[in-house]
Design a protein around this ligand. Structure first.
Ligand code: ATP
Ligand code: MG
Length: 488
């Protein structure tokens, strides 16, 4: 659970970039404060994702004070550029005190008004913990007792919850996302208002919903976040496919329903601090099970759930407008999560096929998804040996074998240098060159090898054949090393 650090812990300070902006505005006779999420995060001793400044200066006045800025006339916000190295401090949003006037579509205010008072500006913000400002003197302006809610670990709407969600439905999912990221509870009336009006989320663009989902999945309590989306009724409007697994029991290998199992796989992936893609693939890995379930009880089956699941995930990714590369990776991880890893089944050709299907770059992530699947089943069978064996075969089929292909010269070069036609001698010379390179890899240069071709040409075939032994020996050692690496 997140909450305000116990007394005595020193609160983080405003960074110098923000202090400079506040100072400049004050020198020009204006009020200026750090505001919103950054103040909340400072009070929680968390590092803010971005910084916002609010002021009673108007956009034109802000622009005059800061030469390096851009202004897109987006609700009056001027983006001020700093020379900070820190990506979160490179661009600071400086916004005049404003209120939002009328709302028509649950998305955008039809009009905004600049106002004279900081308190009015704070009142338009979504949650009490986001409605605090901090001045240069470190004093907190907090008309809605955001600090009290921070201490309680409460996410509570400013004003009447239903009205606030009606103005801008993005706040519905900002609410569950912030509660998840901070480990907070949503205050009862606020939660009721979300539950009652979850359907308003449909007014929100898929891109904005997607961004909140990404933040939810990337947070420490991601699996609680998915449960909270379900509890608030929002999940139905974001990932209805995931809900199909609710109450769907599985066969004798499982103690959890499909829904519970997917959630637990996500929980494990988060505990291991796996990447976003692995987390989402873990959450989705069995999403196709409800649609493929045949029979009931101990012997029910789910044949093809990986194929069906991958198709469902493709639809989800397209609907939520995920970039293609991320979508493709997650689809592949779901599609191939059922790969075999019983030692007897793992042939070199099956591993080669898997590598082609899932992509070399994804193979270890696929193993992580399977790990999340296994642990999330609640009945993990011991597999370390099988996994080590699989990793060994993966390395074996994907690493370059010791062969004359490693050389910086080839048969063509030998024939050209000696001015001869193809024949067994060419191979013998190449083998001898390889033996020399195995002795000292630094010799693998065109210059050295071309020179050696003429010398080796003087030797008899019998003399040259001795190189073969050396090569076989090196190949054997290579194999032994690999087996040792995986404790086989
Ligand atoms: P994050 O940690 O992701 O940056 P945040 O709360 O800081 O979360 P921002 O998008 O940076 O979110 O917004 C900064 C501040 O602007 C918020 O803390 C809040 O005061 C206000 N705000 C942002 N979005 C809304 C909204 N949809 N409705 C009302 N106020 C909002
Ligand atoms: Mg922020």
């Amino acid at each position: 659970m997140g909450s305000i650090p116990a007394g005595g812990t020193k609160m983080m300070q405003l960074p110098k970039e923000i202090i400079e902006i506040l100072l400049k505005l004050q020198e020009n006779g204006f009020e200026a404060f750090a505001v919103g999420g950054c103040v909340r995060d400072l009070l929680l001793n968390r590092t803010p994702e971005d910084w916002d400044v609010t002021t009673n200066a108007k956009p034109e006045e802000i622009q005059k004070i800061f030469s390096d800025h851009f202004y897109e006339n987006h609700f009056g916000t001027v983006t001020v550029k700093t020379d900070s190295e820190d990506p979160t401090l490179k661009e600071i949003q400086v916004t005049p005190y404003r209120i939002e006037d009328k709302y028509s579509d649950k998305r955008h205010p039809t009009d905004i008004k600049f106002v004279a008072n900081l308190e009015d500006d704070l009142g338009r913000r979504d949650f009490t913990i986001n409605a605090m400002a901090m001045g240069l003197d470190g004093k907190i302006i907090d008309p809605f007792d955001g600090e009290g809610d921070l201490k309680k670990g409460f996410l509570k709407a400013v004003g009447k919850p239903e009205e606030r969600f009606g103005e801008d439905a993005l706040r519905l999912i900002r609410g569950t996302r912030l509660a998840t990221a901070l480990g907070f509870k949503i205050e009862e009336k606020t939660k009721e208002a979300i539950q009652k009006n979850a359907g308003w989320l449909e007014a929100i663009s898929k891109e904005r919903t997607r961004d909140e989902i990404i933040k939810t999945i990337n947070s420490e309590w991601a699996h609680e976040g998915i449960l909270l989306l379900e509890e608030t009724g929002l999940l139905k409007y974001i990932l209805p496919e995931l809900r199909e697994g609710i109450g769907v029991t599985q066969n004798l290998h499982h103690i959890y329903t499909v829904w519970e199992h997917n959630i637990l796989a996500l929980k494990y992936a988060v505990e291991k601090e796996y990447s976003f893609e692995i987390r989402l693939a873990s959450l989705f890995h069995d999403i196709g099970k409800p649609r493929t379930k045949r029979g009931e009880g101990k012997y029910s089956t789910f044949y093809g759930h990986d194929v069906v699941g991958a198709r469902m995930v493709a639809q989800i990714m397209a609907r939520l407008k995920f970039p293609n590369d991320i979508a493709e990776k997650i689809i592949k991880l779901v599609r191939f999560h059922m790969f075999f890893y019983n030692v007897g089944e793992v042939t070199e050709s099956s591993v080669r096929r898997l590598l082609v299907n899932v992509g070399k770059e994804n193979i270890y992530d696929l193993i992580k998804v399977r790990e999340a699947d296994r642990i999330g089943s609640g009945r993990p069978k011991a597999v370390p040996y099988k996994l080590r064996h699989l990793k060994y075969v993966i390395e074996k089929v994907s690493s370059d074998p010791i062969s004359v292909k490693m050389l910086k010269v080839n048969g063509q070069d030998v024939m050209k240098e000696l001015n001869v036609a193809p024949g067994p001698k060419i191979g013998l010379i190449l083998n001898s060159l390889l033996a020399e390179v195995l002795d000292d890899p630094a010799r693998n240069t065109e210059e050295y090898l071309i020179e050696r071709i003429r010398e080796l040409d003087k030797k008899s075939p019998e003399e040259l054949k001795s190189a073969l032994q050396k090569i076989e020996q090196a190949q054997e050692e290579d194999e032994k090393e690999r087996m040792k690496k995986y404790y086989l």
